[in-house]
Write a protein that binds this ligand. Structure first.
Ligand code: NDP
Length: 255
């Protein structure tokens, strides 16, 4: 696994003219990624389940002089395959192609002994973290292929590489994510046009991290903005040629 491009200095117009969809764009890392991609020239499609949060990000992008974004409200919990197909039709009609897709939305579920894990919650986590993003990707592949150099990023975690007690569905969902990236990347490799990789943000100061580690001092963590260099590198043309790999957005913590 490759570590990080935290020192990467992106060109100001790195993503100029690119159409990039970010899931979970209303909060945490997804919000930072959407703002950062827009600041570097992209037209960003903001997808999430809480429209009010997406509208705030929309306003921030407009206020900063970025290209006019789009809002796509969608809840991975209830979304069906038909919803993803309809979405692909709408994006096709509006944009004609997709240059980037950041699968960032995620659900922690509960950190609890497996024997006490609620099956309904397990399925909810798998739906939001794995099944939804996978079927969305299938529906969007023709649009990604219509772009000259498309980058698809799935979000993984350290517990998706080595299992950890009590992390249940979340850990399993991230293992599945890493596996799916390898499968699809291998399928598209010969086309040389769409690259699919996974990215582990590492410990980052967000609401999800707070709920996983309530006793931790958040100020000891990097912010979502701090890890954006790797998110920009992997989304933009400087990472061309990388496919089927897994990356870290920041060096692992030593404490
Ligand atoms: P947050 O909880 O801060 O943000 C998660 C985002 O996902 C929110 O915008 C949330 O929407 C959205 N989301 C959750 N459920 C759904 C759903 N059913 N449908 C649509 N959108 C949904 O998490 P982070 O920013 O910390 O995490 C982002 C990604 O990074 C996740 O995939 C996470 O697993 C991963 N990660 C995070 C780490 C960290 O330390 N923060 C470490 C390793 C991995 P809403 O705002 O409406 O709730």
């Amino acid at each position: 696994m490759a570590c990080c491009r935290i020192e990467y200095k992106p060109a100001g117009d790195l993503l100029a003219g690119r159409i990039i969809l970010v899931t979970g764009a209303g909060d945490g890392i997804g919000r930072s990624a959407a703002l950062s991609y827009a600041r570097h020239g992209a037209t960003v499609i903001l997808l999430g389940r809480t429209t009010a949060k997406l509208e705030k990000v929309y306003d921030e992008i407009e206020a900063a002089g970025g290209a006019q974004p789009a809002i796509f409200p969608l809840n991975f919990e209830g979304a069906t395959f038909k919803d993803y197909q309809d979405m692909a039709v709408t994006l096709e009609e509006t944009f004609g192609r997709l240059d980037g897709l950041l699968h960032n939305a995620g659900l922690l579920g509960r950190i609890t002994p497996f024997e006490q894990y609620d099956p309904a919650l397990w399925e909810q986590v798998m739906q939001v973290n794995v099944n939804g993003p996978i079927w969305m990707t299938q529906a969007l592949l023709p649009l990604l292929r219509a772009a000259p150099d498309a980058s698809v990023i799935f979000t993984t975690s350290s517990v998706g590489r080595k299992g950890r007690a009590y992390w249940g569905a979340y850990s399993v969902s991230k293992f599945a994510t890493e596996g799916f990236v390898q499968v699809l990347a291998d399928e598209v490799e010969h086309e040389g046009q769409v690259r699919i990789n996974s990215l582990n943000p590492g410990a980052t100061r967000t609401a999800m991290r707070k709920s996983a580690y309530p006793g931790e001092d958040p100020m000891t963590l990097r912010s979502a903005d701090d890890i954006m260099p790797t998110y920009l590198w992997l989304m933009g043309p400087d990472s061309r040629g990388h496919n089927g790999e897994t990356f870290d957005a920041q060096p692992p913590r030593t404490t």
